[in-house]
Design a protein around this ligand. Sequence first.
Ligand SMILES: NC(=O)c1ccc[n+]([C@@H]2O[C@H](COP(=O)([O-])OP(=O)(O)OC[C@H]3O[C@@H](n4cnc5c(N)ncnc54)[C@H](O)[C@@H]3O)[C@@H](O)[C@H]2O)c1
Length: 397
Amino acid sequence: MNVLVLGADGYCGWATTLFLSARGYTVTACDNYVRRHCWDKYRLRGYPTVVAGENSPLYPVAPAEERLKSWRGLSGYEVPFVRAELDSFDEVYDLIKKTSPDTIVHFAEQRSAPFSNLSPQHALETVKNNTFSTYNLLEAIARINPAIHLVKLGTMGEYGYTPHKDVIIEGDIDFPKRPASPYHMSKCMDSIALEMMGRIYKLCVTDLHQGVVYGVATAETSMHRNLYNRFDYDGVWGTIVNRFCMQALCGVPLTVYGAGGQSRGFISIEDAIRCVEISIRNPAEPGVMVVRNQITEILKVGEVATLVQEAAKTLGINVSIENTYNPRIENENHLLKVSFGKFQTLGLTPHAMRETLVGTELKFLSRFSAGVDNHLLLNQSIADWRKHENNGKESDV
Ligand SMILES: NC(=O)c1ccc[n+]([C@@H]2O[C@H](COP(=O)([O-])OP(=O)(O)OC[C@H]3O[C@@H](n4cnc5c(N)ncnc54)[C@H](O)[C@@H]3O)[C@@H](O)[C@H]2O)c1
């Protein structure tokens, strides 16, 4: 099967590209490297390199094109790379025409809620980049080949984090959307476009509501240093479990925003890429959008901190947990009432966070703790939702 992976230089896209290639899929990788370069122009005074995304990873990773050369040498599998801007319809059209995919996996969006909340410019860039890329894909697929299966990465954050419905059933496309950031709002807008274009043009669309992804090492990316995946631990690009892991490994307190009773859906990177492959193997029917909740556990933020704290103890590291200033405007004590589990009925055997942290993640990451940038590690609440309370002025600028 011919699969086009969009956003292949990124965290989920890179791991997925190698996973699919190793399993015999014919893969084409695409990215515009915006995460590495172009978002620099949105750097604000007071938010140095961390906002740009280029210099924040725990260790340097070469661009996808170079890493794919190493992959070919190590695995024997050829994965061509195409640099394309998905917010340009012409580039999207040409890309699909040239690569003739059976399936497109679309990871290529601005994916940080904190980034999207730094300023009006960050918010608008996020909404523009994400909604344009998704809409361009839908238009191009409808024109070139409506049978192409589009597997699109959305977020559990589309449901909102304050309970407003007894239980949201997996697969429900009509849930009341309650995003809590411009980033999450862009995903809701994507979902409306996916459903509308899918229904009208009889497209095959799967919308994956992915939870917070954690971990970094997969079987393929750990094969060689040249194949490592990027890993972020700062307050803008790092996701919560990954940030806690690095805090633990550096022996600094795990900083829980507010009360820590916020519930979120989580999934390891290894399970996330398996879910994507399961989605590829189980395509949506034309005109009937499929929504799946791509999570394996629901945990409160405070519980996650405790899991990381306990996992660190197995390595002989004792760290404390601190409840700190919450830069987000959110309910700090709530349940996330959504059903999930369709991936398990389709063959996923999920890994628990506790085992993943102890078994692989902390050991892998501990090799790099000496290279941690303390400025990034200690400024975890750099993006502040409460800036509007300051008469709309950027509090840190
Ligand atoms: N990482 C998570 O915890 C998480 C959780 C839920 C959902 N998601 C979703 O999964 C997807 C992938 O997330 P990630 O963590 O791998 O993000 P990432 O930032 O690491 O990767 C995204 C990649 O897409 C590329 N890209 C962005 N806009 C582009 C455009 N217009 N044209 C071409 N390339 C473009 C970037 O350069 C980057 O390499 C995103 O859609 C994100 O919203 C991620």
